[in-house]
Design a binder for this molecule. Structure first.
Ligand SMILES: C[S@@+](CC[C@H](N)C(=O)[O-])C[C@H]1O[C@@H](n2cnc3c(N)ncnc32)[C@H](O)[C@@H]1O
Length: 262
């Protein structure tokens, strides 16, 4: 009988935010898989570390490119498509042998998570199950202790990688908003918030592990010059709606470069 594939969300980093189901599946897994950066680092693996049995088979799926620069003839998209095919083949081999595979995902597996690309390729052949996790959006909102939307407010989720004018346009056209993937995009995101008239209400939090002690939050007036967080999240109290201000929450990973004062 074939094994089962589980896409397991781990939440934003605080081990206490891992669900009981996720913890059980990780402990019981025959194979624990995770995507990792070029140097083998995986935040998901770090979050789950205490739950992984010592001699379990681990599949480290190392991204071939992280910056978009590649010599692959198909460019970044081609390199990633090949990579996901190879990853799926590696996981399929275990599944065919009857081994249950848990693929770790930070936050929620289907919210901008790489698990989705494995699901696309394997769900029609194998039993799959998605275990949801606490997203960085929920964690950011909790960290700044501010609701993202109230009543009939619209919540917009934006990648910080959008072109600056597009970001500004969308920020001006919503109540609550979330911006993920700050990193190198931080200065452009900041300018877009300013252009949309939302900067004054903005704050952000950053965290490697999202434990209460590690999570840092601040308003835009005190955004750092050159911080070096690996994980971060921003929240702004946004446009006024009929019932008062709605916040915008932005979250990112990667270091956040110096922001232009303003
Ligand atoms: C590829 S997406 C993955 C989102 C994740 N699946 C979730 O449910 O939150 C990566 C982005 O999520 C955000 N993120 C995920 N975990 C985070 C954390 N612990 N702290 C801050 N931001 C985080 C960052 O904006 C990062 O750039």
């Amino acid at each position: 009988m074939s094994g089962r594939l589980y896409g397991v969300g781990l939440g934003p980093g605080d081990p206490e935010l891992i669900t009981l189901k996720a913890a059980r599946l990780i402990r019981e897994a025959d194979v624990v898989a995770y995507h990792a950066g070029r140097h083998g680092s995986s935040i998901a693996r770090t979050i789950a570390a205490d739950l992984i049995r010592p001699n379990v088979v681990e599949e480290q799926l190392v991204y071939p490119v992280t910056t978009g620069i590649t010599e692959h003839p198909g460019g970044y998209a081609g390199a990633m498509a090949d990579f996901y095919e190879e990853c799926a083949a590696r996981l399929a081999e275990h599944l065919q042998q009857g081994r249950d595979v848990v693929l770790l995902a930070e936050g929620d597996p289907l919210f901008y998570g790489s698990y989705m690309y494995m699901h696309d390729r394997l769900a029609d052949r194998f039993h799959t199950e998605v275990v949801p996790g606490v997203t960085s959006v929920a964690a950011a909102s909790a960290a700044v202790a501010s609701p993202l939307v109230r009543q009939t407010d619209v919540l917009t989720v934006l990648p910080g990688t959008l072109p600056e004018p597009e970001l500004a346009r969308r920020l001006a056209d919503t109540q609550g908003a979330v911006i993920l993937k700050l990193g190198r995009t931080f200065p452009a995101v900041r300018r877009a918030l300013e252009a949309a008239g939302r900067l004054g209400d903005a704050s952000y939090c950053r965290s490697r592990t999202w434990t209460r002690r590690a999570c840092r939050t601040s308003r835009s007036s005190s955004w750092p010059g050159t911080p070096r967080p690996t994980r971060s999240a921003t929240s702004t109290r946004g446009r006024r709606s009929a019932h008062g201000p709605s916040p915008v929450s932005c979250s990112s990973s990667g270091s956040v470069p110096r922001a232009t004062p303003g």
